[in-house]
Ligand binder design. Structure first.
Ligand SMILES: [Zn+2]
Ligand SMILES: [Zn+2]
Length: 266
């Protein structure tokens, strides 16, 4: 049985990843993957919004790097995508981005719970000391629900990112998860099983088994992603992710071509 497609990987253009797309592709072939997708951090409407993404003028260079990997590895299906930050008010920019290249899919991710706090940024870890975890979860899932409703994305990225550094609310977050997943189920967007969480302090796949169980009940489709920021991370811990997906009932995942969904058994 082949591993599912790895739909979340980055390039050095985002300034915090190493290795060229051709190196990620080589690693994927070596691991026996048959399909991958590059989904580097999208530019913002304003360059300099933060320091962990390409500038808008680098989009063509990004696409060319992916095209080169496609040319060099014809035996591997390589999708062209972006991980797009969802912030309320940025919808027009995201629609503009969508027209610039023939993307296969957009992963919609929430990293910012306000215009200046990206909750997964290690440089801003001390911000957590001033915050109540449940309030962060609430702000985060409000935005994630808006992202799922927006119809701007095929996939929602790392659905419980606030757990990255090990913070956990003491109150139950189930109602937040229910609301988000109802929105995803209604709009038809998928959520990803993102194995990067296993490499962080939370030591757990994004999202948790609880969220994934609810997602399956609501008919929300899934994809898989390593969130690789280096070639050695491609397809990492996919056996574990497949096992988690199967344990809650999933037997198929989504693939995307030209922003249209295809289903595959895993
Ligand atoms: Zn990144
Ligand atoms: Zn992300």
């Amino acid at each position: 049985m082949s591993l599912p497609a790895d739909y979340h990987m980055h390039t050095p253009l985002c300034r915090h990843a190493a290795g060229e797309p051709v190196e990620y592709a080589k690693r994927a072939v070596d691991m026996g993957l048959t399909e991958i997708g590059f989904s580097d951090h999208s530019p913002m409407a304003r360059d300099g919004f933060d320091n962990w993404r390409m500038n808008a003028s680098q989009l063509d260079e990004y696409v060319e790097k992916v095209r080169r990997a496609q040319r060099d590895f014809p035996q591997l299906t390589i999708r062209l995508a972006l991980e797009v930050d969802y912030l309320p008010g940025h919808e027009e920019w995201i629609r503009d981005l969508a027209t610039r290249h023939p993307w296969d899919y957009f992963i919609g991710s929430v990293h910012y719970v306000s215009d200046n706090w990206d909750i997964d940024n290690p440089a801003k870890l001390s911000e957590w000391n001033h915050r109540d975890a449940f309030e962060v979860w609430t702000a985060y899932f409000d935005r994630l629900t808006m992202a799922a409703e927006s119809k701007l994305f095929e996939i929602i990225g790392h659905a419980d990112l606030p757990k990255k550094f090990g913070h956990r609310p003491t109150r139950s977050c189930t109602p937040l998860y229910e609301k988000f997943l109802a929105a995803a189920g209604k709009s038809g967007c998928a959520i990803e099983l993102n194995t990067a969480g296993l490499r962080k302090d939370c030591r757990e796949i994004y999202p948790s088994a609880e969220i994934l169980r609810l997602a399956f009940q609501k008919g929300v489709p899934i994809t898989f992603g390593s969130d690789a920021h280096a070639p050695g991370e491609v397809g990492m811990n996919f056996a574990e992710a497949v096992q988690l997906a199967r344990s809650v009932g999933y037997a198929e995942s989504c693939r995307f071509a030209g922003r249209k969904s295809l289903r595959t058994k895993f």
